[in-house]
Design a binder for this molecule. Structure first.
Ligand SMILES: Nc1ncnc2c1ncn2[C@@H]1O[C@H](COP(=O)(O)OP(=O)(O)OP(=O)(O)O)[C@@H](O)[C@H]1O
Length: 326
């Protein structure tokens, strides 16, 4: 077991700001506080080498949880163990075996080239010269960093910076990786490259990865298992496919028909659209084989495609549920 979290809670005490100057003045003398329950009774375990998606709407408690796992925040209560370490102890051995990448925050030094930050990390993490060169060569090749190493970070594009960011956090070969929105703001092409890199790195090094992302493409490409959190509570822990089947008990049949085709399509399922010869039907999962064979037997069909509903739809439904008893 790589990560074990039990009954984790994190509450913040925040000062309540009052509207209007008289209230603001009064609050100087009598401060009012309220408690934000950012993470409530969260428990899960993650095995070595797993990539798990951590999903939830804005303010759900993802970053707070990840910061506790990385030892940057102390839990209010509960137990966390990461590879046998208590993260909040901030032991050097712990820091050397994990890494936290936050898409919104940079660890690269702005005015100097990425290579300089890499050398700083070499010294901070006490990386052996040979291991450093080997790892750097591997990362430079995988992430196509050669032309970027000598340019000041401020001159790099967002995508180029993110790739250097990933390299900086992997130089010490962490066995645990926390990725908080690693593809935020990247163009589609760079997102895809970063995804491929993460998948390959995980396969080759058996790195345990916990990933948050608002891009469903990241999640479907990388994670078989997801944790879903909302209002600080864990709503779901399990396979993405199981969640899809439970929340959307139907599939989409996309049928390409020759022009002028006519039929009573709503007898086969709910007609989602019929545009330019492309008919899209929503069909109950258990009826899909029957409906497909009926369509193929009775109509001239150019193409037939069976798809799960878009992941965005599944996740929106998951966020709406208070809890899932499965
Ligand atoms: N330092 C803090 N002080 C007070 N409240 C905080 C603090 N950090 C987070 N919170 C609150 O805790 C809750 C959870 O925030 P968190 O950043 O963990 O959410 P998130 O799931 O990462 O959201 P997002 O997807 O928007 O990044 C929010 O209500 C947030 O306002």
């Amino acid at each position: 077991m790589s990560i074990q979290v039990q009954d984790l809670n994190k509450f913040f005490r925040v000062h309540v700001r009052q509207e209007g100057w008289t209230e603001a003045l009064r609050s100087l003398f009598k401060r009012e506080y309220q408690t934000v329950e950012a993470v409530k009774d969260v428990s899960f375990t993650i095995n070595t080498g797993e990539i798990v998606g951590f999903l939830g709407p804005n303010g759900a408690g993802k970053t707070t949880t990840i910061k506790m796992l990385a030892g940057l925040l102390h839990p209010t209560s509960g137990r966390i163990e990461v590879n046998g370490f208590k993260p909040q102890d901030q032991k050097n051995e712990f820091k050397k075996m994990m890494s936290l990448v936050m898409g919104q925050k940079s660890q690269l030094i702005w005015d100097i080239p990425p290579m300089e930050t890499f050398l700083v990390n070499k010294s901070v993490y006490e990386i052996d010269e040979k291991v450093f060169r080997q790892t750097l060569d591997e990362l430079v090749e995988l992430l196509e960093l050669a032309p970027l190493l000598g340019k000041p970070v401020r001159n790099l594009s967002l995508g180029q910076r993110m790739k250097c960011e990933l390299a900086a956090s992997l130089l010490h070969r962490p066995s645990i990786l926390f990725l908080d929105e690693p593809t935020i703001g990247l163009d589609v092409d760079t997102q895809e490259k970063v995804r491929q890199f993460i998948a390959k790195y995980n396969r080759e090094h058996k790195t345990t990865i916990l990933l948050t992302s608002h891009y469903m493409g990241d999640v479907t490409a990388l994670c078989e298992r997801v944790l879903i959190i909302n209002h600080g509570k864990l709503l779901y822990d399990g396979e993405l496919q199981v969640l899809t089947e439970r929340l959307t008990p139907y599939k989409l049949l996309e049928v390409r028909l020759p022009s002028g085709s006519q039929g009573q399509w709503d007898a086969f399922g709910e007609v989602v659209s019929f545009v330019d010869g492309k008919l899209t039907l929503r069909v109950a999962r258990d009826r899909v084989p029957f409906v497909s064979s009926e369509l193929l037997a009775n109509f001239e069909i150019n193409d037939l495609n069976i798809q799960d509903p878009p992941m965005e739809e599944v996740i929106t439904l998951a966020f709406q549920e208070e809890s899932h008893d499965y």
